[in-house]
Design a protein around this ligand. Structure first.
Ligand code: AYL
Length: 561
């Protein structure tokens, strides 16, 4: 890495040689995969169903054309929400929408109605693709939105006819339920949305969600260029040893930018085969490793923990792997070392990546073969990074703590329809403020040491304290509440609530049952947001003069106990 002594900006000496103009994201991927026609692109490890690279191209284009012919998507920027686990249908609808000139807003398939309604409200999709398992929650979310609902069609991937459903589901007025069969198959039409020909590489193409540094989830405007550039940056010589025809473990969810671009998109671009597993289930994962002999395993710290510490994981399970890549939350050095000690004959090299949804996602990366564990790597090719003093805004030299900031083609355009959040996160010269505290060493390797933003990371997924606090504020016995992340062995971090009881008519605080508080939260959110770190009843919350909760102090006080 090069450290500029004047500007204190760190960059990678290897150039990414990015094209000046990127085509539509699907053209970027599909032009490259013409050569890999008959090779499997996706294999479902449970059912054995498969799709080849050429089938993906054809079925995606057919799906996209039907969306336009049926007027589900009409104009440029019309979006489709995907509420599906990792599946062949996820990929077909994802790339099909993009090929037809539409926008994808991907949503966690285990979300409950309140969470779905929030995302639908932000992204205003015209249609949803989901499974019958999630259909109830999707329809309830549409109901909740009432007059604000923009969804006219719900495509269900695992039903044959609409009639199969009508008896079991209450379908809101004006909403059509469409079985997958009507969207599947070959077509010669290549219909696209109106305005698709006025293409720019900076156009919005995927709108994932992130809470950023504060508050509730926001839509992140990722462009054709940002997604494609990041795939090329990760693929540069020296960065990864990816070759054509890798076999990848498709376990991390595709709705999250990690699974979506660093596994699905990255794998497709290189002609790889993604072996799908809907959720982390130890024995299913171990079977997958033996049966499909994957070469690349992208994972998050809790899965790394499992590999290193579970007695069920044996040398043979990891025998086919060339690379294990961990990202999305800090990988503890002790666990990496345990893994290496447990499997001395392991041929896989360990890599760590760092990044965020707002950066498509990867910005820092441990180059292939480098054993600098504990660091999250240096800036990817064509990425600049620095450490910014939080109070003076000055860029600091090596070995000094400050906020990590990043510049590069993979950085988002903005938060969707949210100029004030954008201005808080992107500086005028387009430095992305990560909200993470860290430093770089004399060689330009970065280390994350803390977080200034509110975000909690549970199993590598985002949990926004503001969302849980909003729910707690509605509890009849509470006058105030704050949520912070505390270290958790299995989850990485877990949300813990500090709650202040209301005063009773006798002038004493009312009784608050922590279990009841936990239960209330569980009615409104999906499982990874449950208060697994516990609920503590307190007299008051530490606050700044301006009334902001001092979360860091709460956390520090808790950890001291
Ligand atoms: P989001 N070490 C420490 N913290 C990390 C790391 C890491 N290696 N990677 C991500 N984070 C935290 O949007 C950090 O706080 O993106 C960061 O601001 O869900 C936040 O997670 C972003 O959370 C990779 C490398 C995917 C990174 C990613 C990031 C996707 C998560 C694939 O190879």
């Amino acid at each position: 890495y090069a450290i500029n002594p004047k500007s204190n900006v760190v960059s990678c000496k290897v150039p990414a040689n990015l094209p000046k103009n990127f085509p539509r994201f699907t053209d970027f991927l599909f032009e490259k995969t013409e050569r890999f026609s008959d090779r499997d692109v996706l294999v479902c490890s449970q059912s054995g169903r498969k799709l080849s690279h050429s089938q993906l191209r054809h079925e995606a284009r057919a799906f996209g054309s039907r969306l336009v012919e049926r007027e589900i998507l009409k104009n440029k920027n019309d979006s489709l929400s995907i509420v599906c686990p990792n599946s062949i249908e996820f990929a077909i609808s994802f790339f099909g929408t993009i090929a037809a000139g539409g926008v994808i807003s991907p949503t966690n398939p285990v979300y409950v109605k309140d969470e779905l309604a929030h995302n639908f409200h932000l992204a205003e999709p015209k249609g949803v693709v989901t499974t019958s398992a999630q259909l109830d929650a999707v329809l309830e979310a549409i109901d909740l939105l009432g007059s604000k609902n923009t969804i006219g069609s719900v495509i269900v991937t695992d039903i044959a006819t609409e009639r199969d459903l009508k008896h079991k589901f209450r379908i809101p007025q004006g909403v059509k339920i469409l079985p997958w069969g009507e969207f599947n198959g070959q077509t010669s039409s290549n219909a696209m949305v109106k305005g698709a020909d006025s293409f720019s590489q900076d156009d919005l193409v995927v709108l994932p969600f992130s809470s950023g540094t504060t508050g509730l989830a926001k839509g992140v405007h990722l462009s054709h260029k940002s997604l494609a550039a990041n795939i090329l940056q990760m693929s540069c010589p020296g960065m990864s040893n990816i070759q054509e025809h890798e076999i990848l473990v498709g376990l991390l969810p595709f709705f999250h930018i990690y699974g979506m671009n660093a596994i699905l998109g990255f794998g497709i671009y290189h002609g790889g085969t993604n072996i799908l597993l809907e959720k982390f289930e130890p024995s299913a994962l171990l079977n997958l490793l033996l049966k499909y002999e994957p070469t690349l395993f992208h994972l998050v710290p809790p899965i790394l923990n499992f590999l290193a510490r579970s007695p069920d994981v044996k040398e043979e399970h990891l025998a086919s792997l060339k690379t294990i890549t961990c990202g999305a939350a800090p990988a503890p050095v002790t666990v990496i070392n345990e893994l290496i000690k447990k499997f001395p004959g392991m041929t896989a090299s360990f890599q760590e990546g760092y990044g965020m949804t707002e950066a498509s996602p990867v910005t820092h990366w441990i180059p292939y073969g480098c054993k600098n564990f504990g660091s999250c790597g240096g800036p990817l090719p064509d990425t600049r990074s620095a450490i910014r003093d939080v109070s003076t805004d000055k860029f600091l030299g090596s070995n000094k703590n400050g906020e990590i900031v990043v510049q590069g083609p993979q950085v988002m355009i903005c938060y969707h329809k949210n100029p004030s959040a954008t201005a808080d996160t992107l500086t005028e010269d387009r430095w992305l403020k990560t909200g993470d505290i860290g430093y770089y060493d004399d060689k330009g390797f970065f280390y994350v040491v803390d977080r200034v933003k509110e975000l909690i990371k549970v199993k590598g997924l985002q949990v926004a304290p503001a969302e849980l606090e909003d729910i707690l504020h509605k509890h009849p016995s509470l006058s105030d509440a704050a949520v912070v992340g505390i270290p958790h062995d299995k989850l990485g971090e877990a949300p813990r609530a500090f709650v202040v009881p209301k005063m009773g008519s006798d002038g004493k605080p009312v009784d608050v049952d922590p279990v009841n508080v936990q239960k209330m939260v569980e009615e409104h959110v999906s499982e990874h947001k449950y208060l697994a770190g516990g609920v503590e009843v307190v007299e008051s919350l530490p606050k700044s003069l301006t009334g902001k909760i001092l979360r860091r102090q709460l956390k520090a006080d808790y950890l001291k106990k």
